[in-house]
Every structure is written in C-alpha cells, then in structure tokens.
Design a protein around this ligand. Sequence first.
Ligand code: AMP
Length: 286
Amino acid sequence: MMKIAQTIDAIRAAREEYGLESVGLVPTMGYLHEGHLELVRRARKENDRVIVTIYVNPKQFGPSEDLSRYPRDMEHDLELLSNENVDTVFAPSDEAMYPADYQTTVIVTQVTQPLEGARRPTHFEGVTTVVTKLFNLCRPTRAYFGQKDAQQVAVLRQMVRDLNFNLEIVVCPTVREKDGLALSSRNKYLTAEQRAAAPALHQSLRAATVLWAQGERNSDTLRAAMLDILSAVPSARVDYVSAANPTTLQEYSDTVAAGQGILFSMAVFFGQTRLIDNVLLPPGAE
Ligand code: AMP
C-alpha cells in the first residue's frame, strides 16, 4: 500500500521506517505526466524505497506568475503513482512547509543569475529552499530531476556540493510528445493553435544541434539559427534564446573554444503561457 504523508511528522515517520534502505526522491509540483513518471520509474529501479513529493511551492513563483492557476489533480496523481509502486507520497500543506513564523531562505549566488534567474529573480531561491527542506525530511540516497529544467539541475548540483548533502543527483532525459514538444504541466494552457506552433522550440534546438554537429562554433550564428525559426511563428513571443557554457551557464560570445560543451536553451511565450526547452551537448559530443 502506498503511504500518503501530509505532515512533517508523517514524512519523518515514513523515512524513519526505511532506516538504512536506499531511498530515491522525486520532487514534483503534481499534475503528473510521462516526464515525471520516467523519473519515478528510474527511481524505482535504482532504490529500495521511492518517495515522490507533490507540492506546488509558492516560494518559486513570482508575483505575476501562474501560482493560483497552476493545474492540480491530486486524485489522478495518486492513482498514477500507486501504479508505479511508489512507497510514499509526501503532499504537504503550505502551513506545514511554511508556518507563520518561517524565516529561512537558501540562496545559491552565481549559477542562479543568468537565463531563467534573470527573468524570474526569486525563482531559484524558492527551489533551493524547498528542495533543501525535502532533502532534510526524506534524506534520499538519490534525488531525480529532469533535464527539461537544465538550470535547475545546475543550481541544485551546486547546492548539493556547497552544503555537503550526502546524496546523488540523477538527471533524466526530457520526455517529448511525438512532434517534439517537451511534456510540461503548463502545456495544458495552450490553445489548439498555440499547441500546433509549440514544436518550434524543439525544431530550433534541432537546427542549432545540427549546426553544432557540422562544426559551427560562432555562438551568434547558433543563437540566430534558433531565433530565425522561433521568429517565424506568429503566435510565439521569444523571451530569450541562449547558447551557454553548460556548467557556469554564462552566455558564450564570439567563437566557442575547442573542447567546450554547449547548452542551447530558450523561453518562449504563447499568450500568457511560458514554455522552456533545452538541449545539452556535453564536451566530447562534437
Ligand atoms: P515540475 O512538476 O514541473 O516541478 O517537475 C518535476 C520534475 O519533473 C522536475 O525535475 C522536472 O525537470 C521534471 N520534468 C518535467 N517535465 C519533464 C519532461 N518533459 N521530461 C523529463 N523530466 C521532466
């Protein structure tokens, strides 16, 4: 039977029971799709116990973002997770996570600054704070995150190193629809017309990847190739396109030096809905 923990005491008690067994943790905001479920399956394969958290963390949403309309379907999520043989779901209330006298924020100072951090200034401190709490409560052996959120992975790796969390971060590939659109809970907001146009993100990443494979190393040319494809989509409004160092996330300028990898990424608005996507080409993949 899958356990459902909703309080701090309940998740502590569940974790206590697992003792020295290995624990895989999959943090999510719910409204689960195949992307989330791939993380869960990987965790299930690699650990004695699997804990999935479902928590729409208010601290990682900006004041003008979609917190209040973020999609939720707890009943369906629990059914999906039960089918994957998850041991415990932690689904706390806001009051349990952030009681009235709550005062502490975890901040990673540098890798949080560019890209998503530049457009969503308090997003990553919300992420690092809640993930720290989840790590302390669940004490995972391994924690599973999606490559879909590339900067989140870079930020959390930095935090785990800096704060000496005794766990392994496991990154799982981005799960996509047949037409290339990365699965996201936010895809549900798209109108039929926007949904039809949304694979442009993936197409532009493919175009940059092809150029990179052909030896193109001018970062302006690589960004322009992505922008060309996105600009041709009338319903799309580009927030940014990036060709950056995959570790520091600093934007490349001019020519990318030999032996460097590259992270192509972007954020694009369709109406109010903001979609992100990326592809990571590590050094040696050229
Ligand atoms: P979220 O519920 O959006 O906070 O996502 C929870 C976890 O699932 C994060 O580690 C995401 O990176 C990951 N995730 C979301 N969408 C995908 C996807 N399409 N493929 C792989 N992982 C994903």
